[in-house]
Write a protein that binds this ligand. Structure first.
Ligand SMILES: [Zn+2]
Length: 75
């Protein structure tokens, strides 16, 4: 239990490397590289990347919370 999560939460400025949509999944590679994916591409690529990656930070759960909230404000 010595490892501390050094990653910061994903923001609206973080964009999917594949399509440019807002990123909800961050993949930190064992080599030190970092990939960002939207929820769609995160689901598509995360399983294949899990072998090469040190960590996968999946915040796509937030999509449901956000969409529930923003639906109320829709006008
Ligand atoms: Zn994408």
């Amino acid at each position: 239990m010595t490892a501390t999560l050094a990653t910061s939460p994903l923001t609206a400025a973080d964009r999917c490397d594949r399509c440019g949509a807002q990123a909800y999944v961050r993949v930190v590679l064992a080599s030190g590289g970092e990939l960002l994916f939207c929820a769609h591409h995160g689901r598509e690529h995360a399983p294949a990347l899990s072998d090469a990656s040190a960590m996968i930070q999946d915040e796509s759960e937030r999509l449901r919370q956000v969409s529930t909230t923003s639906a109320v404000e829709d006008r």
